[in-house]
Design a protein around this ligand. Structure first.
Ligand code: BGP
Length: 479
């Protein structure tokens, strides 16, 4: 018998406001931290911005029609906080609320289940200016206020909610390697304190959500790169445990258990950078942990862990944002771990390891450690695509990538994991934060590059492929 996914499985695709919407200053929207950050020379590939992005704000009906034609079951997108509350709080901007209402209605009309991310990295600049954004605990109440406003507004229409997207990435890039706003370097203590504020914002939001939409589903999306020890030398096995405590469980344990991993906390405490955690914080975190419905996972790659001597590599190393293979550098925590490349696996042009079975591994780890249902909120291949003179895009490499990942996901389900959804990144091509428009992820090609373009949409080969996967509920997936 052919294998399929369970009935009602949510075959989906995802996006984020800043990466697709454009209309950065329309209909009363306030500026976000990203609107400001991209203006700093050298921060993004060829100085690209999301000011126009792929103009989804004005073309969402066309985009949702393409989703409907494909048969997409769920569409994960984010709401821009600075559209709803241009100042981060205070008066609501009704015009922007209408935009999301229309988008949600359009999805529902077309049988596409909306899955809303509350925070996909774009913070109202007003809050950054007023109190340093996530650096201040003041942000917690403002976030909860924003979130609860949306819960009331979309109650009965939106059942799936994601509080924060990749907290581990935006805080690391914002306070450790300076590549995202606010662009700070090696502010380690602040980095952990900022994370603590995000955890509390997430947790209080989850608690409020369950009061407003008791039967809705909520969780956070974590960028999970499961780790493999480089070999069986005990020193490397120990480095893997330490790595997981600091880089993976540090987030997932808080979402699922409401507490930090004890070993990781002890290490950071000794280093003088552990966050301050009150009794009250712990009870909030624990309460939220008992209420979350799923673990959201953005899966792109696995990592390798090796012991890193005290004079070894540090957290700062060049990242490949150009698509020139091999230009990324090894990073790590001196005296603890480093992440060398995996010689057994291929990489993308941006040096991201391609490891389909890592997705199964991730699901099994989450299932055994947390016993939670899983929503794959992102997975996909960033690649250079070419549109032929017949307006076709033959992205067989993307089909191969996605097929192999879905195959492994189906194996994970067979092995006992409860997986509710699989969202590819992304539906249309969009802005890749630091890598411009040339790093494409979509099923739908958007005619634009770093300079501009017609913004016309074209279906790639992968579009038709996913349409069949959805139609057959996975039966067309091959080994
Ligand atoms: C995740 C983000 C997405 C998206 C994706 C691809 O980290 O949640 O927003 O950008 O990665 O990353 P990139 O655009 O850097 O290739």
């Amino acid at each position: 018998m052919e294998k399929t996914m369970p009935k009602n499985f949510l075959w989906g695709s995802a996006s984020a406001a800043y990466q697709i919407e454009g209309a950065y200053n329309e209909d009363g929207k306030g500026l976000s931290n990203w609107d400001e950050f991209v203006k700093i020379p050298g921060k993004t590939y060829k100085e690209t911005t999301g000011e126009l992005a792929v103009d989804h704000y004005h073309r969402f009906k066309e985009d949702v029609a393409l989703m409907a034609e494909m048969g997409l079951k769920t569409y994960r997108f984010s709401i821009a906080w600075s559209r709803i509350f241009p100042n981060g709080k205070g008066e609501v901007n009704q015009a922007s609320l209408r935009f999301y209402e229309e988008l949600i209605d359009e999805c529902l009309k077309n049988n596409v289940e909306p899955m809303v991310t509350l925070y996909h990295w774009d913070l109202p600049q007003a809050l950054e200016n007023e109190y340093g954004g996530w650096e201040s605990p003041q942000v917690i109440d403002d976030f909860v206020n924003y979130a609860t406003y949306l819960f009331h507004a979309f109650k009965g229409k939106v059942n799936y909610w994601i509080t924060v997207n990749e907290q581990n990435i935006f805080t690391n890039f914002g306070w450790m390697n300076g590549m995202h706003p606010p662009g700070k370097h090696n502010e380690e203590k602040l980095y952990y304190q900022v994370n603590h504020h995000v955890f509390l914002a997430h947790a209080k939001t989850v608690i409020a959500f369950k009061e407003i939409i008791p039967d809705g589903k909520i969780g956070a999306s974590f960028a999970y790169s499961p780790s493999y020890a480089v070999d069986c030398q005990p020193v490397n096995a120990m480095a893997k445990v330490d790595y997981d405590n600091l880089k993976n469980y540090w987030w997932m344990d808080v979402y699922a258990y409401g507490r930090y991993p004890r070993n990781g906390y002890a290490y950071l405490d000794k280093k003088g950078v552990a966050p301050t955690v009150s009794q009250e914080d712990t009870s909030v975190l624990k309460k939220a942990a008992s209420l979350i419905d799923f673990m959201g996972v953005n899966y792109y790659q696995t990592s390798v862990v090796e012991y890193n001597p005290i004079d070894g590599v540090t957290q700062s190393g060049e990242m490949n944002t150009t698509g020139k293979k091999g230009s990324g550098q090894i990073t790590g925590e001196p005296g603890v771990y480093k992440n060398p490349p995996n010689p057994h696996l291929e990489t993308t042009d941006w040096d991201w390891t391609i490891d389909p079975s890592g997705l199964r591994y991730a699901c099994k780890e989450i299932t055994s450690r947390y016993d939670l249902p899983i929503v794959i909120s992102e997975n996909g291949l960033g690649a250079f695509d070419e549109k032929t003179s017949e307006n076709e895009i033959h992205d067989d490499y993307r089909i191969a990538y996605l097929n192999a990942h879905v195959y492994e996901l189906m194996q994970a389900v067979e092995e006992g994991c409860e997986v509710w959804a699989y969202c590819t990144w992304s539906f249309t091509d969009l802005l890749s934060w630091l890598n411009g428009y040339q790093k494409r992820y979509g099923f739908v090609y958007v005619d634009r590059d770093e300079e501009g373009g017609s913004l016309d949409r074209y279906k790639k080969d992968s579009y038709y492929w996913y349409q069949e996967v959805i139609r057959t509920n996975g039966a067309t997936i091959t080994k």
